[in-house]
Design a binder for this molecule. Structure first.
Ligand code: PLP
Length: 506
């Protein structure tokens, strides 16, 4: 089924081909009605000089229904967790409960302004202090700082703290050991910090082999960065041994906490020897994946790293029975600020609401279900798409289509695109790099068995199509507004203007 090209601007059934908002409307049309001016007009140029506008702002002149429909339609062009199954591995696209949104919109939270005196938003500061305590408890660390705006910035903060820790001891080790299964942000965080990433291969069983770490570690080693479970969905069983070895050499253990959805309530990185780690609140704690922001990637750390945490630090002061909260900016050894003000407060409210809603038992159940669902997918599609490592997986499973590729000539991307025709967001493909033909599937705990079964059926049908009619797969997707994009060109040279006979977003 291929959609007809629209020769005109307008609707095709319920799909829309329309000009960009800047190319629409007509002069004088407006979506607002203002009361007549009740003060004498002034010459803006005279009063505000160079600050006055000399040209029109160039805003679209459209009516309220036009502007409403435009933005609602744009939102419908997006695939979202509120509309469909989104098993994008490594991203933990779990459903975001609406109670989080209710909490974030409570007036006392939504209207907090960064320049308000602390005495006026004690409740907000208390929420931050409580969230820090809850997060620290969940991962077995001593402290948490909520400042970083994403997981990657949390990594950066953690590595800056590690560097400051070594400097405080008069040392400047440069190397950070990173296994080959790591996320690309790990070496990037090192580079931004003036540290040198030293990649090394994992063992044949897909996890880090302590002997390989032992062979690499030396006086110039600042830390090891390790993701647990790692990005191939396997539990790093030797982490306590590795941590001891790293500590004995005066180095520290950075734990990439992006995969906490497989541990929460069951194992604590702090107990396994991790010194500092980040959370990705949009993964584990159901804050929205913000298309790049605003996000929150708190760092958690042990006591030894406490003096170096970013600014500001939420301080709790108890005077007789009265507890008050303030922001401490006066910390000499701190790595300093990572962003403006206190970070993305709205995300903190959402994560706090989620943790309180779930409770300890609920978080544990989320972990168990996430792991169960991934293993269910693994067991059901394993015949067609063999697993990369023959072991129970954690919250995500990595399968390979290498065999199907050999048999039929189709590519991993063809399978991914065909899944769109079945109404599913494709899993992560071609990652991790260590697995040929990798498809990384993370169903998460929030999906029903019926949904997961439909996905499994689609994966099986695609394997059959690959054998019977591989060309059909190469054409996929055929049910979307736009067929297969040249993704590199679309990212590098986006064409944002509409012209007749073409689709607006092509
Ligand atoms: C997602 C992810 C990151 C980066 O986190 P962001 O919040 O997207 O910046 C780092 N490491 C791993 C393993 C991840 O999955």
């Amino acid at each position: 089924m291929t959609m007809p090209q629209a020769p005109f601007e307008g609707a095709r059934g319920f799909q829309f081909a329309e000009k960009s908002i800047f190319e629409r409307g007509t002069p004088g049309r407006t979506a607002v009605s203002l009361p007549p001016l009740d003060v004498p007009p002034v010459d803006a140029k005279k009063h505000f000089g160079r600050f006055s506008r000399v040209e029109a702002a160039g805003l679209p002149e459209v009516s309220e229904p036009e502007v409403t429909r435009h933005f609602v339609r744009l939102s419908q062009h997006n695939f979202s967790i509120d509309t469909q199954f989104y098993p994008l591995g490594s991203c933990t696209m779990k459903f975001n409960p609406k109670v989080n949104e209710w909490a974030a919109r409570l007036r006392g939270f939504a209207n907090v302004h960064p320049y308000m005196p602390e005495s006026m938003w004690q409740g907000g500061l208390e929420l931050m202090a409580r969230l820090e305590d809850l997060l620290a408890d969940i991962v077995g660390m001593d402290h948490v700082n909520l400042q970083p705006a994403a997981g990657a910035q949390g990594e950066l903060a953690g590595l800056m703290m590690i560097r400051a820790f070594h400097q405080s001891k008069g040392r400047t080790p440069k190397k950070v050991l990173i296994p080959d299964t790591a996320h690309g942000t790990n070496p990037a965080s090192c580079a931004l910090n003036g540290l040198v990433a030293v990649p090394f291969p994992s063992g044949d069983d897909g996890i880090v082999d302590p002997a390989r770490v032992a062979a690499l570690i030396d006086d110039d080693t600042a830390a090891i960065m390790i993701t647990n479970p790692n990005t191939i969905g396997l539990f790093e069983r030797h982490l306590p041994t590795i941590s001891n070895m790293v500590h004995d050499n005066g180095a520290l253990v950075y734990g990439d906490g992006a995969n906490l959805n497989a541990l929460m309530g069951r194992a604590r990185p702090g107990d396994l020897g991790v010194d500092v780690m980040q959370f990705n609140l949009h993964k584990t704690f159901t804050t929205p994946h913000g298309g790049g922001g605003p996000g929150c990637g708190p760092v958690a750390f042990k006591k030894t790293l406490e003096p170096f945490q970013p600014l500001p630090v939420v301080k709790r002061t108890a005077k007789s029975s009265q507890v008050s909260y303030s922001l401490d900016y006066d910390r000499k050894e701190s790595i300093g600020r990572l962003r403006s003000f206190i970070g993305n407060f709205g995300m903190m409210v959402r994560a706090y609401a989620y943790i309180r809603e779930m409770g300890a038992e609920g978080l544990k159940a989320a972990t168990d279900l996430a792991v169960l669902n991934a293993n269910y997918v693994r067991a059901e599609i394993g015949d067609e798409y063999p697993v990369a490592f023959d072991a129970l997986c954690m919250h995500e499973v990595i399968v390979s289509d290498k065999r199907l590729q050999k048999e039929t000539g189709i590519k991993t991307l063809d399978i991914a695109k065909r899944l769109i025709d079945f109404g599913f967001h494709p899993p992560t493909v071609y990652f991790p790099l260590v697995v040929a033909g990798a498809m990384m599937i993370e169903p998460t705990e929030t999906e029903s068995k019926e949904t997961i079964d439909q996905f499994i059926a689609a994966m099986k049908q695609i394997a059959q199509e690959a054998r019977e009619n591989p060309d059909k797969l190469r054409e996929a997707p055929t049910t979307t507004r736009i067929a297969r994009l040249d993704e590199a060109r679309a990212a590098r040279k986006p064409r944002l203007r509409w012209s007749p006979g073409t689709d607006a977003a092509q």
